[in-house]
Structure formats: structure tokens, C-alpha cells
Ligand binder design. Sequence first.
Ligand code: AMP
Length: 447
Amino acid sequence: MTFADLGLSDELLRAVEDSGYNEPTPIQRATIPSVLMGKDLIGIAQTGTGKTASFVLPMIDILHHGRSRARMPRSLILEPTRELAQQVSENFEKYGKYHKLSMALLIGGVQMGDQVKALEKGVDVLIATPGRLMDLFGRGKIMLNGCELLVIDEADRMLDMGFIPDIEEICSKLPASRQTLLFSATMPPPIQKLSQKFLNDPKRVEVARPATANVNIEQRLVEVRGDRKKDALRDILRHEEFRNAIVFSNRKTTVRELASSLKRSGFAAGQIQGDMDQADRIAEFDRFKSGEINVLVASDVAARGLDVKGVSHVVNFDVPWQPDDYVHRIGRTGRAGMKGIAITFATREDGEAVERIEKLIGHKIPRVGKAEPAAEAQPPEAEAAERPRRGRGKATPKAAAEPRDRQRREPRPEPQDEARAERSPVVEDLKSEWNGPMPSFLTQSAG
Ligand code: AMP
């Protein structure tokens, strides 16, 4: 089946072709014709399946006819996080480039002035997080009674974040005759109830979880002691052939510490976590997307739905508490047909969490050895003075420049130090523990 078979306009087909897509993904095949026919829909799918295009594409054709009025958006897309809202708006720009649709983004953490001005002019598409939308609605800056199409995206994450009462209120303000599309990775009872209450005879579409079905992601589990995780991470980043990596941690404080520590070690690293303000998060994400930095340390909520083409590695610095988060995290790699590697660090205490993940994904994550005991553990203070070494990955301009700069400033190490540096204790431990074929990051010496 091709995109042309789905009933989309020629302008959209051109935009899809410009995006380089050859054929629709399963969720797009199942969703687009029904949405074009005006049906309500429940899509059980998560990021990585092509679900955003499955609602953005038909919406563009639906909204092509008709005109917007001041303060009365014609359609509304609700997203749980600012980053997701931002990405959906980028999708609208990409696919809507041959249409003349107006769009506004209502997200917290950025100045309200421009958002209100855009609304005053009238918009075809409003993309919003529930909090900011309710805020503006409460101030009378927005009317929802002209909104004929509603998308509730990532409904289960909305539930986790406590947005369901807001969504119920928003639904009750929209015309009853509207078309409603709800997307969710899972369907817990409160989301089922929500869909029964606010959707009208919806078509139900379910696609396989990309993480379980996605053969493009090579998953590995490394057993490591908690105090050796940083060393193990640096080893991977130095020895593995990586283009760029997202490193996930469960805590915001770890994200902060880890990003600083990697920077001190000469990596072009950045961070994205919930305590940062929106402008900083977007700037950091843009630096990662452009390749200015090639390691992004992230927390789950801040990184939810991050869509960067060609992320080569995901490292779970901590095993996520929620098994679903594992699926979301590793889904940042292996996207759109490209290969990806997902490495998870697990300590002895993580046994139960790993079991829950394996139950969810339906298979065991291959173990690639143990990174303990700490033979030559370095005290944390040593990190600051540590000499960065060249990795095999394609360094970004910054990553390449920094180590050279430092080498000029710092005295050259003694030859025996250099030899010891290449014989990383973590890699040596892994080699001695591992019986099967050597994973590449153990066999390759630093470049
Ligand atoms: P999503 O599930 O919406 O987060 O999309 C995941 C990724 O797949 C994004 O990078 C999209 O640009 C890409 N994508 C969407 N549709 C297709 C398609 N039909 N073929 C290839 N890639 C696609």
C-alpha cells in the first residue's frame, strides 16, 4: 500500500515524498482513511510507530477547507509535555508546507504574549498542554466552541501527570458534534472510561509496540555496581562506535551530575530535565539535534517523545522504575528503519525491575557481562582532572575540539599512564566475565 492509496491530497503526497517516506506505517494505514471520513478513533500506539503523521496528515486535508476565526481555534491537539507539543508543531510545518494553515502553540514556560497574539488572529490548529490551555481559557482569551476536531495524544501519560480532570473539562467545552481522536500506548481503566465518555462509536486501531517488534534495536544488559556506572558509561562512550547517545537516568539530580561529569571528561554532553526552564530545554534539545553535542543526559518526563532521527545509542544509566518507560526510552533509537543499540546498566538491586521489563517486552534482554568488581576504582574527584581520550564515534566539532585543546594545555601523560588508560578496568572486567562472542565495545580498542 502506498500513501496515494490512503486518500490524501496531492499537496500532502508531495510533502510526504519530501520527507523521504516510501510507504505508510501500519498505524498510518489503519488510521488515515477513517480520520478522513470523519470517524472518531482510538489509536493504541506509541512514539516510534509513525503515529504523529497518522493524525497530522489527515488533519491538514480536513482543515484545508474552511476558515479560522479570532480566538476560536478550529482544531485542538492536547499533548502531555511541552517537548511533544513542540514536535507535533514541527510535524505540522513539515507536512503542511504546501498548505496555508495557521497554527499556534500554547505551552507553559514561555511568554504568553505571542501565543495570545496568534490566537487573536485565529488559528486552524492549536497545539497545547492542558495546563496552559486551561489558564488562557480561564482568562477568556480563547473559545473552544468552534473546535470541531480534538486529538488527545499520549493519554496514558496525561493520566500519569494528573491531567485527566483538565481533559474532561476541556472535552465538555467543545461542541458535541466534534471528531475526537485519542492515542495512548496503553489503555488503563481511567483512559477507557474517558474514551467511553467522550468518543462516539470510535474505530479502534492497535499496533505492535515498536520496542518488542522493532528488530532494529539491539538490546543489551550490563550488570554493574552502582559506584562503577559512571566509569562503565565513559567506557562505552569511548569504545563503542556511536554517532550520538541519549543517556537516561531516573533522577533529575543524577541527570545534572552526570552531564557535568561527562563534560568534565571532555564529552560534548548536555542535559534535559524537568527543573530546567522551557527555553533551556528547547535550546539543549536543538543542540543535540544539530549535532553540536552528541550525548544528551535526560530524565523520562523531559525526554518523553523526543524525536531525533538517527540516534545510534540509548543508555539506561538506571533501570527505569516503570517497565513502560523502558520501552519508551529504547524507542528513541532504531527509528524509521535505522539500526540502534540500547544498553541498560543493572545493579544487583535492580533484579525485580529488570524482571518486570522482561515480562512486558516478552523476552530476556541479552546480558553482555558484568562490570565489577571495581579493580581500580577512581575516586570521584579524579574525574575532573581526567584526561579525555579519543572515542571511535564520529566526534562532533565540539567533541573533537575539546580534547585537543585540553591536551595542549595539560602536560602529556607518562607512557605508562597512557597504557593504563587504554586498559580500562571496566572493559577488562567485562572481557574476563563474558563467555560468548565479544560485543564490539569490548573488542575495539580506543581509536
Ligand atoms: P512518531 O511515532 O510519530 O514519533 O514517529 C516516529 C518517526 O518515524 C519520526 O521520525 C517520523 O518522522 C518517522 N516516520 C513517520 N512516518 C513514517 C513513514 N511512513 N516512513 C518512515 N518514517 C516515518
